[in-house]
Design a protein around this ligand. Structure first.
Ligand code: TNX
Length: 536
């Protein structure tokens, strides 16, 4: 605190002097190439913009951003008159952009809509954080440093995950989380919608998923082995209606973020089975789990289950326009399958080796169905066991070995190893950290992560689409708790996947930390509850 007070006083004393010098550039993730020149462009009151139709997403974002954050008017105009020009340029890396700011104005060039959008995010970060407050709080002038930036992402998949099953988070928070991805030039939001403790998405053909499976008896946050602690039988939970989902999908599209919905199977299915017991093998009634962990109540590979999953996935695929559906696949104990006659018959009928093979048969069947609708599946690395579904994308979470194996096999891979990218793990060693699931992944470890393991050849390395930070919420009850764990580690990850890995480069990390400290006022303006201590 004292250090911060001193820094704060120091900064406020220098404020007037700073205003006269060239604006300080604070960009996260760091652009591939940047040169700053002396001087700054000042635009006042009315800003004229030229936006070709294919860059409407970027143009709309910029106009809304400036107008919401200040008293400035932004108007569309011809290319000759514009202060800010968007230009389509073909010979540029996908999602890349260049940004030129000089005394004549601003030119954002890009090959595609995503690139233009990222050019705007860079302009946004060049403006005062006051603009983030969206209450006309910024002064009525825009000051942009003269510079030249050439930029493009290192990886096409730059993602963040959020578990809304262990604890439910309101629609508004989901939007805020998605908006923060856009600021950091991240493009995928993996939405973990179902698990043992709660089903969170309305499915019209199965109403009990939300009347029953979306609520449980309240549990207090506790260790894995704690007995469940009840709040006088009160129901606890929530779900997103299909209208909520449509609203969030539209919001994500405006932020160039693709949502990947996850429907867990065959494991982590106890909430679904609580609503429809015939989906389980045990033939008994269960409730949504009130403890954390791995449970034996998994989907039974019977007719009812496949009809259910196809119906659910059909509704899900209609709601989410992206090309991927995540089907889980992790942590599915086979205790019940070993005892179920139907499972043993399937094993014999299809000449499978064991229950693990049966899971891969199960996933293969689902993959065919999803592929038939023109979409692809993503699964946790357990889907490698018993043979990999041919077109599946593998999320490597138990370290990198699953990802390495899948990449060598020719499948696409997203790295989410629990060695580096589990943001539910502790980020600092001080005793007063809020209770977390365990582990230790400080900011620096995230920053040093390289999504491409040394074991891969250049060709195999092409199968690594990128990386993702996972935020499991067993111990995160509120949206503030989520933000505390996700920030600033998400910023470090954004730089890994956009700017490219720096490995054990201390200079890179020190440089990142100094930009991060200058970036905090923007997170403050966005009302994000980050952890601002300890950089190791
Ligand atoms: C493992 S990662 C799980 C989750 C837990 C997480 C806690 C994965 C595919 N499964 O169910 O929430 O660990 O860190």
């Amino acid at each position: 605190t004292i250090l911060f007070l001193v820094l704060f006083l120091f900064q406020s004393c220098n404020f007037s002097e700073k205003e006269r010098s060239d604006p300080k550039v604070v960009l996260i993730p760091k652009p591939q190439q940047m040169e700053q020149f002396q001087g700054a462009l000042v635009l006042e009151k009315n800003i004229l913009v030229f936006v070709p139709t294919e860059f409407e997403l970027a143009g709309d974002f910029l106009e809304a951003y400036i107008q919401n954050g200040s008293a400035i008017n932004v108007k569309n105009t011809s290319v000759e008159q514009a202060d800010i020009i968007f230009r389509k340029v073909d010979a540029m890396a996908p999602e890349g952009y260049s940004l030129e700011i000089n005394n004549k104005g601003v030119i954002i060039s890009a090959p595609d809509a995503a690139g233009a959008f990222y050019g705007v995010q860079t302009v946004r970060q060049l403006l005062s954080p006051h603009f983030e407050r969206t209450k006309g709080y910024a002064s009525d002038g825009v000051e942009l440093p003269y510079l030249m930036i050439n930029d493009a992402p290192a990886f096409p998949y730059r993602g963040m995950h959020l578990d809304v099953s262990r604890h439910f988070f309101p629609k508004e928070f989901i939007k805020k989380y998605i908006a923060s991805l856009a600021l950091l030039k991240m493009n995928y939001f993996h939405w973990h919608l179902t698990d043992d403790q709660g089903w969170r998405i309305e499915i019209k053909s199965y109403p009990e998923l939300t009347t029953k499976a979306a609520f449980r008896e309240e549990t207090l946050i506790g260790h894995y082995n704690d007995s469940p602690q009840k709040f006088d039988g009160k129901r606890y939970g929530g779900f997103y209606t299909q209208e909520d989902i449509k609203e969030i999908v539209a919001f994500a599209q405006k932020h160039n973020v693709t949502i990947i919905p996850e429907i867990e199977m065959p494991g982590h299915a106890q909430a679904a089975i609580s609503a429809y017991p015939e989906l389980g093998c045990a033939g008994k009634n269960v409730n949504p789990a009130t403890k954390w962990g791995v449970f034996e109540n998994i989907f039974c590979p019977n007719q009812k289950t496949f009809a259910f999953l196809e119906d659910v996935l059909t509704e899900v695929m209609e709601l989410f326009p992206g090309e991927y559906v995540h089907i889980g696949g992790d942590e599915a104990p086979k205790t019940q399958w070993k005892k179920c006659a139907r499972c043993q018959n399937l094993i014999a009928e299809h000449q499978l080796k064991d229950e693990s093979d049966l899971q891969s048969w199960f996933i293969g069947k689902i993959e065919k169905f999803v592929n038939s609708k023109g979409k692809k599946i993503i699964g946790w690395d357990e889907i490698l066991e018993g043979g990999l579904a041919p077109n599946a994308v593998v999320m490597s979470w138990r370290g990198e070995s699953g990802g390495i194996e899948a990449a060598k096999h020719g499948n696409a891979v997203i790295m989410t190893p629990n060695s580096h990218l589990y943001f539910d793990y502790y980020q600092a060693e001080n005793d007063d950290e809020p209770l977390a699931i365990g582990g230790f992944i400080p900011l620096k470890k995230v920053y040093e992560y390289d999504p491409v393991p040394d074991e891969l050849t250049a060709v195999e390395a092409n199968n690594i689409l990128g990386a993702q930070g996972n935020v499991w919420t067993e111990y995160l009850k509120t949206s503030e708790n989520v933000e505390y764990m996700a920030f600033p580690r998400m910023l470090a990850l954004s730089e890994v996947v956009w700017s490219g890995p720096t490995k054990n480069d201390n200079v890179g990390y020190a440089n990142f930390v100094s930009r991060l400290e200058d970036f905090y006022p923007r997170l403050d303006a966005l009302d994000i509850h980050y952890a601002n201590h300890l950089y190791e």
